[in-house]
Design a protein around this ligand. Sequence first.
Ligand SMILES: Cc1ncc(COP(=O)(O)O)c(C=O)c1O
Length: 463
Amino acid sequence: MTDVLAELRALRAGDLPTHGGRTLAYVYDSGLAGLDELAGEAHALASSANALDPTAFPSLLKLENDLVAAAARLLGGGAGTVTSGGTESCLLAVLAARGDAPEPNMVLPSTAHAAFHKAAHLFGVRPVVVPADPRTFRADAGAMAAAIDESTVLVVASAPSYAHGVLDPVAEIAATAAARGVRMHVDACIGGWVLPYFRRLGRDVPEFGFAVDGVTSVSVDLHKYAYCPKGVSVLLHRDAGLRRGHYFASARWPGYTMLNTTLQSTRSGGPLAAAWAVLRKIGDEGYLRLAEETLTAVTRIRDGVEGIDGLRVLGEPDSTLLALAAATDEFDLFTVADEMRERGWYVQPQFAHESSPVNLHLTVTAANRGSEDEFLADLAASVAAARAAGPVRVDPDVAAFVAALDPDTLTAEQFAGLLTAAGLTGGGAPPARMAEINTLLAAAPPALRERLLLEFLGALYRP
Ligand SMILES: Cc1ncc(COP(=O)(O)O)c(C=O)c1O
């Protein structure tokens, strides 16, 4: 037994650190001592119980109702469902809105999370993508209103968007959606558990929950700024009738009548119990303090970045997320990301999209409080190193070749060859320095980049 755990620990040691604020994407760290242990024990107590049947496991029913009630208190009410994460919450919001519409579409700002494109793909809802404001990166409420037609089943806004951390004009968008009788989803997956506390701390945060007329559903992830172990999000609807569309029943087989509230059927009680314990342990005052630490950290990092020659912050971020762009073409941000990695920090490269240039994403959490100066010093040193290295040079012929490839006509073998040429082979760990690969990927049109990375994923997932 101990050997198995030792092996697991050794494997985990090769991962990015999930604590200490050094990984500024994917993970959320409260920095609170003992929280992991509590969550782990709570998870173990319920992980074998199955939320598939709440009458057989009434404890899980209570845990879920408590989690939904806590989310509803923060976001202004509603009937809810606990899901496995932000993507599932967004998927279910789209599914519930789709109903039986013959050729449904949904109006999305171009900054909406990719989860909505996944929903479009899965559920046959056409995405009508409306460019965000090219300077502020906020959704353009007027253009979104103009894009609504008689087949529109849902309009989406973010609070805030992942890529730039800005709040969309929720009230304006909701007003037009309501006037047209269309549902409106607010994706507060990443902001829903921290922005209400920012407001209590005196920040000017516009309402984005059910206090806004016309908002019909809101998603908030507990595995983000509620600092719960992964696998928990809440989807709230203004009333239970709106939720009905993502419930599913089937009595058309000889087994139990399958009754599901989410995409899953068997559903572990583990994440529910862990989240319930974490919420109880941290409590409302605890979340207020964590939000205060996060606000201090993100403000200091933002101010510090503005003092680093060659970097700028995109837009006017409202929350805990920053997107750092290069203010000059004398160096490459992909190299900065590599240099940061060598200094023990993970910052997430984001490719250019519409008016948004290549940038580095930072998800700042409470655990970043106290090490802002160290982060900024390493960032400045990384920029200096990237400047010294000069921009990444990819052979122009190779870049042109890649840019001209048509993903629809390439075979799996040709892709395998390309991946090998790009250094993206399946076996072993990915290369430590990614700047050249990222530069090549950046040169590829989105459809080709999607296909290349999917082939790479397929190569990774081979025992
Ligand atoms: C705004 C927003 N929506 C949806 C998601 C998807 O959440 P998940 O990764 O939990 O599926 C995220 C993740 O960062 C997000 O920031």
